[in-house]
Design a protein around this ligand. Structure first.
Ligand SMILES: NC(=O)c1ccc[n+]([C@@H]2O[C@H](COP(=O)([O-])OP(=O)(O)OC[C@H]3O[C@@H](n4cnc5c(N)ncnc54)[C@H](OP(=O)(O)O)[C@@H]3O)[C@@H](O)[C@H]2O)c1
Length: 266
């Protein structure tokens, strides 16, 4: 029995992904959600899945509540003895998780990102002190239902937060600017938005499916003296690469700082 604690956006995305991926039976999943209205909604979305108000005994748990609620949830799980737990709560350390769970619990900490909500997440996982290869493979199989998963040491999760955790916001900001730019050169806003979003999706898909890296793909569309070269030169002159380097470094540093504080909501 897999118990998903927290039936919010991430919990729902994970359960939906797991059911779509197959391999887990409806009666093999329980969702714990304290809010009655939300429970009713989840029962409608996942007919046949047990949706309850408080955690019960289970072999495996996913902790998908806000960071500030994590210690209380772990203590509620600890009542049933050692457990295998995957936490997706941003910034809550393995030490905090292990301190609140029963001794000997196998903990895996993950840093996912919001595209998991559409099955296109990028997550990194790190093992706790009692977690072995099987536990990491288990966590990979869960998060693999909503995107890609890589393994890192816990100390690298701040960098993961700075890159892929916060990354969707960098991309959204870039698309906002692209849409505005399209409007400024004369396109109707709706046209600019449709072209900008599809350009991003198309470029990302091309990159993901191609054997070539981003440099080669960029070179292929940049003829000397052409339109793309003119645009890219401006981006380079304004320091796009440097800005991204600094952005990821700043977000990584902020993640480190927040990790020193008690569990918080990001
Ligand atoms: N969303 C993201 O993109 C993202 C990315 C990376 C990491 N994360 C992490 O994923 C976690 C969940 O995020 P989310 O966006 O899914 O948040 P969310 O939509 O607020 O979901 C959290 C859910 O947990 C429920 N909950 C709170 N206390 C509980 C308890 N004691 N027992 C059982 N359920 C409880 C909440 O119910 P109530 O509403 O009744 O309080 C809510 O439904 C967070 O820790 C976040 O840091 C999220």
């Amino acid at each position: 029995m897999l118990q998903v604690i927290g039936g919010g956006r991430m919990g729902e995305a994970l359960v939906g992904g797991l059911l779509r991926a197959g391999g887990l039976r409806l009666d093999g999943i329980r969702v714990v959600e304290p809010d009655r209205a939300r429970r009713t909604a989840l029962e409608g979305i996942f007919p046949g899945v047990d949706v309850v108000g408080t955690p019960g005994a289970a072999d495996d748990h996913v902790v998908a509540v806000k960071p500030a609620d994590v210690p209380a949830v772990c203590r509620a799980v600890a009542v049933f003895g050692p457990a295998r737990v995957l936490s997706i709560a941003a910034g809550v350390t393995i030490a905090t998780l292990e301190a609140a769970l029963a001794p000997g619990s196998q903990v895996v900490r993950a840093m996912p990102n919001t595209p998991a909500l559409v099955g296109m997440g990028a997550a990194a996982i790190a093992p706790g002190s009692s977690a072995d290869d099987d536990d990491l493979a288990w966590a990979e199989s869960l998060l693999g239902a909503v995107g890609t998963v890589v393994r890192v040491k816990e100390r690298l999760l701040d960098a993961v937060t700075g890159l892929s955790g916060s990354g969707p916001a960098y991309v959204f900001l870039m698309v906002e600017a692209l849409i505005e730019a399209g409007v400024q050169v004369g396109l109707p806003r709706a046209v600019s938005q449709a072209l900008s979003v599809q350009t991003l999706l198309g470029a990302a898909t091309l990159l993901a499916q191609s054997d070539e890296g981003p440099e080669a793909l960029r070179a292929a569309v940049t003829s000397p003296g052409g339109t793309t070269a003119a645009g890219v030169q401006v981006l380079e002159r304004h320091g796009l690469q440097a800005a991204l380097l600094e952005a990821v470094a700043a977000a990584t540093e902020r993640s480190r700082e927040l990790g020193q504080e008690p569990p918080h909501s990001l």
